[in-house]
Design a binder for this molecule. Structure first.
Ligand SMILES: C[S@@+](CC[C@H](N)C(=O)[O-])C[C@H]1O[C@@H](n2cnc3c(N)ncnc32)[C@H](O)[C@@H]1O
Length: 275
């Protein structure tokens, strides 16, 4: 079918609003025409080329099937930095920026990030604390590769150590001032009930917290003590419903709850533990 080359950005946006969110339309359109939001605002009467229209149609179709915008464009903003993401890495969430806030508040000299994904926490911390020695681990080799790519892009020369590791297994016996993690915490049986954007597209290894969602907390809290300095802190993201369970695990492992931080929706989202 012959493309309508007189189709303007303005018209595309108005038509797409019938079935897509405006924020998604802008991100996908930026990706399709390879120009920023400013261009779209400034030239609403621009007529995309045939290639650009083909790309837009592909983006729109993928989004309508449920694929997250970030996997279509390959990018996600986190802590005001642009991270490359793909189907092997969880898409960073806004709530997780709270973890970075909590780490930066404490200005640690050393940090371990467990389950680094695309490297969003590790790289954001290192970006703002350039003397902090950062180590980041993930069980997924593809995630480790992506995290390294993001660090190289965003930090240039850096000394973050990225390691493929099952939790602490591949680490030397080094002590860290802060251990941070946004671990997988969805109950296995709940994953298929999540929106299709998550259940069909995001990596299961990044979501699955076992039968009660607490498996990864038991492991991380249980094994972290030898890797924490004396005044060290363990800072974990959680689902608000898991707070009681995480606190019980912390007590059993002789940790003190220093703080529970709420997200913008006033849900308990981050727990700070001291050994
Ligand atoms: C919820 S995602 C968090 C990703 C990223 N840190 C963020 O906050 O967006 C959890 C991450 O933990 C990793 N992971 C799962 N099991 C692990 C294990 N046993 N050891 C290390 N990393 C693991 C997953 O591959 C995934 O990247």
């Amino acid at each position: 079918m012959k493309k309508t080359l007189s189709l303007t950005l303005n018209r595309i946006i108005q038509e797409a609003k019938a079935d897509l969110l405006l924020g998604d339309i802008y991100l996908l359109l930026e990706h399709a025409i390879g120009r920023g939001k400013e261009f779209i605002y400034t030239y609403p009467m621009y007529s995309p080329t045939e290639n650009e229209l083909d790309r837009w149609e592909e983006c729109r179709t993928r989004r309508l099937k449920g694929e997250p915008v970030s996997y279509i464009t390959g990018w996600r903003e986190f802590y005001s930095l642009d991270f490359k993401v793909d189907r092997f890495t969880l898409i960073p969430r806004q709530e997780t920026e709270l973890l970075v806030d909590q780490v930066l508040l404490r200005r640690p000299d050393s940090l371990l990030d467990i389950g680094t994904g695309c490297g969003n926490i590790a790289v954001s911390v290192r970006y703002h604390l350039n003397r902090c020695l950062v180590t980041a681990v993930d069980l997924s080799v593809k995630a480790v590769q992506m995290a390294r790519y993001n660090a190289n892009r965003l930090l240039g020369q850096h000394d973050i150590r990225f390691i493929k590791s099952n939790y602490f297994n591949e680490l030397d016996k080094v002590e860290f001032d802060v251990i941070v993690s946004n671990p997988p915490y969805i109950k296995s049986s709940d994953i298929d009930r999540l929106p299709i954007e998550i259940s069909s597209y995001e990596p299961r290894i990044a979501l699955d917290g076992g039968s009660d969602g607490l498996m990864t907390y038991s492991k991380i809290i249980g094994d972290s003590q030898p890797y924490l300095s004396q005044a060290g802190k363990l800072i974990l993201e959680l689902d608000p419903e898991l707070l009681g369970g995480v606190m019980t695990i912390a007590e059993e492992k002789n940790y003190t709850v220093e703080n529970v931080v709420k997200d913008l929706g006033l849900n308990d989202r981050v727990i700070v533990l001291s050994p």
